[in-house]
Design a binder for this molecule. Structure first.
Ligand SMILES: *[C@@H]1O[C@H](CO)[C@@H](O)[C@H](O)[C@H]1NC(C)=O
Ligand SMILES: *[C@@H]1O[C@H](CO)[C@@H](O)[C@H](O)[C@H]1NC(C)=O
Ligand SMILES: *[C@@H]1O[C@H](CO)[C@@H](O)[C@H](O)[C@H]1NC(C)=O
Ligand SMILES: *[C@@H]1O[C@H](CO)[C@@H](O)[C@H](O)[C@H]1NC(C)=O
Length: 346
């Protein structure tokens, strides 16, 4: 069959109108193109622009920081040396009595999965009571009083103003094979000490954390509520220097913003299951159930069971927290601990 072609006759319009049309279309495309290139270029730049890299080079690991600080003492560390659990530790921080219950349950869940590891708690003398300290010690935390490191300039939200103090963990160099730091609103639901393997000298890695959930946006930023790190005197010195460089990071998330800038191109990205954000439930409740068997650490970010007993939408995570709390209560005789500690207060 022969195909028939239909030719539409072009109505001849005045050449000026056609020209104007073309002009607008081409012009519009050009503007759009320029905008696209500009935006893309900007995104590209932001992603690969770090104040600690261009204007003020910062060292970030034990070897480069040692060179920078002119230290000749290179300690011999190799993977064949006996890595004992006395060279590693778990850390948390307690900046007020309000987080006592959280700290107790965190300690209980760490010990449950790591009965032989040491646990340390850093705190401010002026903000934590004797009774609270007594109770966390009964749970197995060793306590270390630290000085407060204030935010270096204005703008850190009130809830984060103490958080720069956390940086002092890098100064506890006796734990040369690594520290796992956890915020006191996290719980451990599965063993995590295998992570220390990741920062053995032969790996070249010294810092790891899990990505932050920024309202569901894909983010290159990590959350500082769970960190695997290698303490070092010189890296610490460099942190103390660089965190004060005004404007070198956005202070909105305090120490977390700083650490993200400091370790931007070199942090080892852990699976999100090492720092499960409660807000995953808001974003996708089904995902929570699916991830449950893989979870290592749950972070009670949006709402703390020890501050707000009403679960709201967080029914499943609260169930988990409450059942572990009950288990701890039975095993440890919490009220016994409490009454003994109240006496020491007087
Ligand atoms: C290391 O030595 C160099 C050269 O002697 C000097 O300029 C620099 O300030 C020293 N750095 C530190 C941190 O002491
Ligand atoms: C490691 O420890 C074991 C047992 O404590 C000991 O026999 C061995 O010699 C140690 N190895 C090194 C390299 O220190
Ligand atoms: C949890 O999510 C909230 C909101 O998306 C975010 O502000 C916070 O930093 C997240 N925390 C973690 C542990 O990812
Ligand atoms: C808990 O401890 C208190 C004080 O030591 C003690 O009197 C009480 O009998 C203990 N309770 C249980 C169930 O062990």
């Amino acid at each position: 069959m022969r195909e028939t072609y239909k030719y539409t006759s072009l109505k001849i319009q005045g050449p000026p109108r056609l020209l104007i049309k073309c002009f607008f279309i081409i012009g519009g495309l050009a503007v759009f193109g320029v905008l696209l290139i500009f935006t893309y270029d900007n995104i590209k730049r932001q992603r690969y622009e770090s104040p600690f890299y261009s204007k003020d080079y910062a060292c970030h690991d034990t070897i480069t920081c040692r060179n920078k600080y002119n230290s000749s003492s290179i300690e011999e560390t190799n993977d064949n040396s006996n890595q004992t659990i006395s060279n590693v530790a778990f850390f948390t921080s307690l900046y007020s009595d309000e987080y006592l219950k959280g700290t107790m349950l965190l300690g209980y869940t760490i010990k449950k999965h790591h009965p032989n590891h040491e646990m340390y708690l850093i705190y401010f003398k002026e903000k934590v009571s004797e009774s609270t300290l007594c109770q966390v010690r009964a749970m197995g935390w060793k306590t270390k009083a630290i000085e407060r490191i204030p935010p270096p300039w204005e703008g850190a939200p009130a809830i984060f103003i103490d958080q720069f103090s956390k940086l002092q963990i890098w100064s506890f160099v006796e734990f040369k094979d690594g520290i796992i730091y956890l915020d006191s609103d996290t719980i451990v639901v599965k063993r995590v000490d295998q992570l220390f393997e990741l920062i053995k000298p032969s790996t070249g890695f010294e810092f790891a954390a899990a990505p932050d959930v920024l309202w569901g946006k894909d983010s290159n930023n990590f959350n500082a509520g769970f960190m695997l790190l290698k303490p070092d005197k010189y890296v610490y010195a460099e942190m103390m220097r660089t965190h004060k460089i005004k404007g070198s990071y956005d202070i909105g998330f305090a120490e977390q913003s700083f650490l993200n800038e400091f370790f931007r191109y070199r942090y080892l990205r852990l699976p999100e299951t090492f720092n499960i954000n409660l807000s995953i439930m808001d974003l996708n409740p089904h995902l929570w159930k699916m991830l449950l068997p893989d979870m290592h650490v749950v972070h009670y970010t949006e709402q703390k069971p020890f501050k707000n007993p009403n679960p709201g939408i967080y029914v499943e995570p609260y169930k988990l927290w409450n059942s572990l709390y009950e288990e701890m209560d039975k095993t440890m005789n919490l009220s016994g601990i409490e009454s003994i500690c109240e006496k020491t207060e007087q």
